[in-house]
Design a protein around this ligand. Structure first.
Ligand SMILES: Nc1ncnc2c1ncn2[C@@H]1O[C@H](COP(=O)(O)OP(=O)(O)OP(=O)(O)O)[C@@H](O)[C@H]1O
Ligand SMILES: [Mg+2]
Length: 317
């Protein structure tokens, strides 16, 4: 249980980071990167040892740390980034393998390498790993937030993170480079995702609890208030009692379909309510149908946060 809540916490942290909600001020005192790595290694032991063993996967975990200078970092952020990189390495190892974390000082940078002998990546995957919500793990196991979260944290430190090497069935090396700055750390502006100011409330209708979960995480990360509900009927009830700026609805739902819901809303609100529909995986929604039901926006699955944000902004114009 403790692992799960730990994972959950780190996910929430990442999402908050992503939305620019946390204070991104780097610490005013120095941290030893090797110490941080040792701590994350311990914290992630349930991943690479206990739960791997339970699945019959055997992982050797080791560190090779060069004496590094202390640098000013946001230790929780760096820990969360490293935790997610280790988690990815663990998840890449099929039967048995090795994960190694190295540090080195190179040209006034601390270099951290996370090396695994996992299944590696093909070119397409490699080119997309830093995209929020990109995952090859299937909707239930991967949210695609690990790498994008790590990216934004490392960027806050004026550092770099990249795939140093990856070979299908051989393994992956992710490299992080953090500057050892001698001057006082400047305050780094958070990477806030701009969202239309007019938006106050969204009603999101989907019968799939996984999508509702994800939707609430997305809205939270974008700093938008929202209500989630699982049926057209409940949505109509909520709409009677409350003011919303945008309704986002799934199309295929048992009972009242998304299209039927759109029709009723339009009738009740004189076609003034902004409505977006969520299309099925890879399915296209044609413009004629949209027009017919007074829908102006389509959000495609899998969600990309950028796209969703664009749609929401557009809808509010
Ligand atoms: N060490 C690795 N080896 C192989 N593939 C990797 C590795 N790290 C990342 N990837 C690929 O990059 C994708 C994105 O990684 P990311 O951590 O962002 O999402 P995720 O692991 O799928 O989901 P989440 O981390 O949110 O649970 C993964 O789905 C996987 O395909
Ligand atoms: Mg991951």
């Amino acid at each position: 249980v403790s692992t799960e809540s730990g994972e959950c916490q780190s996910r929430v942290k990442l999402l908050q980071h992503f939305g620019g909600k946390t204070s991104n001020r780097t610490k005013s005192y120095s941290e030893n990167i090797n110490k941080i790595i040792n701590e994350v290694s311990d914290q992630s032991q349930p991943l690479w040892k206990n739960s791997a063993e339970k699945k019959g996967i055997s992982i050797t975990f080791e560190t090779d740390l060069e004496k590094t200078e202390n640098i000013k970092v946001n230790d929780t952020g760096i820990k969360s980034a490293l935790y997610n990189l280790i988690k990815n390495s663990v998840e890449a190892i099929v039967k048995e393998g090795k994960i190694k974390i190295e540090t080195e000082i190179l040209n006034n940078n601390v270099i951290i390498r996370i090396i695994d002998t996992g299944k590696g990546m093909d070119e397409e995957t490699r080119s997309r790993i830093f995209q929020p919500f990109f995952s090859t793990k299937g909707f239930e196991s991967g949210r695609g937030m690990g790498m994008s979260g790590a990216y934004s944290i490392i960027k806050e430190h004026n550092g770099e993170i990249y795939v140093k090497e990856t070979l299908p069935d051989k393994g992956t090396t992710i490299e992080i480079s953090l500057p050892i700055s001698l001057e006082d750390e400047k305050k780094v502006e958070p990477q806030k995702i701009p969202i239309s100011k007019d938006i106050t409330k969204i009603l999101w209708v989907d019968d799939d609890p996984l999508i509702r979960n994800l939707a609430s995480e997305i809205l939270e990360s974008l700093g938008i208030e929202g209500d989630l509900t699982d049926s057209g009927l409940k949505a109509l009830k909520l709409l009677e009692g409350k003011q919303y700026d945008l309704v986002i609805t799934d199309i295929g739902m048992p009972g009242m379909s998304g299209w039927e819901l759109c029709d009723i809303i339009n009738e009740k609100h004189n076609s003034k309510m902004k409505i977006a529909v969520v299309s099925g995986w890879g399915a296209e929604v044609d413009e004629e149908t949209m027009e017919q039901h007074g829908v102006s926006y389509v959000v495609e699955k899998p969600f990309k946060i950028k796209q969703l944000q664009e749609r929401i902004n557009k809808a509010m114009q």
